[in-house]
Design a protein around this ligand. Sequence first.
Ligand code: MLT
Length: 259
Amino acid sequence: MKVHINGIDLAYSDQGQGAPLVLIHAFPLNRAMWEPQVQALATHHRIITVDLRGHGESDAPMWHYTLEQFADDVKALLDHLTISQATFVGLSMGGYTLFALYRKYPERVKALVLADTRAQADTEEGKAGRFAMAQTAYTKGTKAIADLMLPKLLSQASLEKRPDLVDTLRGIIMRNQISGIVGDLMAMAERPDSTSLLKDMTCPTLVVVGQDDIATPPSEAKFMAEKIPHSRLEIIPNAGHAGVPPENWTIEYVRFSST
Ligand code: MLT
């Protein structure tokens, strides 16, 4: 489905019934990354997934992107769907978007799941890395971005033993446009530091991270969980940044986030 808001067509899916759960994807992915979670949770929740501007089936204007704009788009989508409050899940850049959303619209947030993300702004070295990746996107295209990002998104074990997962994520990355990829990189480079916000995040919050995440390692998750007043930390064994938990691993966050 699409809705025209804030000057663009924004693509989203609205599935299931129950307390609303809004899933915000990572860089450089789109809402298709949440397919397994939608399958698992749509029997108990109304699940909204969205292609942030610049991703998937949403418009990707050649213009300045910011995380605050992503948050404004999500809020406008919730207005369109007449959802006054929801539980939000954000993976990595999706987490950065949730910091922007909480800063501006805290009354819309019932509970949060901050997955494999960090509160700090980019370092100068990090910003230089964003600039270099943007140049690669312009000169070598989306495939080069997929080659750079897959080893950051998946653990070494998943890269070696889960070709299905590698292919799925590669396909998702390849469906994004260069304007959106570059827009994300600039938006992330310019994002404010959210460390001082953490103590004011008073909603129930689950901080979750893969044990083998090299992009936003468990130390970042511990840092956030220590500062967010009503938080719980879960470290998923043998999982990377956007990987899958082991078969027998369970977590009670569904019940936690819908109360
Ligand atoms: C992501 O997964 O969204 C990115 O790795 C975030 C980042 O590059 O900071």
